[in-house]
Ligand binder design. Structure first.
Ligand code: AP5
Ligand code: MG
Length: 188
């Protein structure tokens, strides 16, 4: 089984590229952000707990997302691997992922990192806010907080995966097709 981490700041294009990556390499795409938004929409206790944190641009507790990922690993069959979009996002989550895949006799395959500058994050999210109505896209201060959380809590994973020899950085600036071709080249 392959275990790909799809990494990058908010608006880097993780969700945009994930579908084609999953199709091409027969992976199950798991977006922790999407899973959490489904919980919110369904009004579950977990969703209610997560909503205030997400709407403010803060991370939800590590145990919450780790549990969601493990449940998917346990239940999804018939794929060649998993594409983890937006997970891990902290060093603790990365350690938990390492343990989860080790318990399955496997290891993380690669961290595919989409890189764009902060100014482009604002631009892309402002554009998506017009189209999708995500609560955490609507206010500039929330977007800034997401970027700040990315730099303080998530960016340390670059060094983490570099040290493990698993880090593949891709320039996320360009058309969607150009970025997809760059990704396919490193995953082939
Ligand atoms: P999540 O849903 O993961 O949000 P995010 O990381 O902020 O990333 P986005 O979904 O905003 O960006 P994306 O990279 O998917 O970009 P997209 O492809 O849509 O998480 C939301 C929240 O949930 C978090 O803030 C946190 O609270 C919580 N959460 C989630 N995971 C967690 C975890 N592991 N631990 C704790 N908390 C967690 O693209 C953006 C826009 O740009 C789109 O409009 C798209 O059409 C456009 N676009 C994409 N590529 C291009 C291109 N090449 N050229 C032009 N436009 C492009
Ligand atoms: Mg996304």
């Amino acid at each position: 089984m392959k275990y790909y981490v799809l990494f990058g700041p908010p608006g880097a294009g993780k969700g945009t590229q994930a579908g084609a990556m999953a199709e091409r390499f027969h992976l199950c795409h798991i977006s922790t952000g999407e899973l959490l938004r489904s919980e919110i929409a369904a009004g579950t206790p977990l969703g209610m707990e997560a909503k205030a944190l997400i709407d403010a641009g803060n991370l939800v507790p590590d145990e919450v997302v780790e549990g969601m990922i493990e449940a998917k690993f346990d239940s999804v069959k018939g794929v060649d691997g998993f594409l983890l979009d937006g997970f891990p996002r902290t060093v603790a989550q990365a350690d938990a992922l390492k343990d989860m895949v080790a318990r399955r006799g496997e290891s993380v395959t690669a961290c595919v990192s989409l890189m764009i500058p902060d100014a482009l994050v604002h631009e892309r999210i402002a554009h998506r806010a017009q189209l999708e109505g995500r609560a955490d896209d609507a206010r500039d201060e929330v977007v800034s907080n997401r970027i700040q959380n990315y730099h303080s809590k998530t960016e340390p994973l670059i060094a983490y995966y570099k040290a493990a020899g698993l880090y593949c950085e891709i320039d996320g600036v360009g058309t969607i097709d150009e970025v997809r071709e760059r990704i396919f080249k490193v995953m082939a």
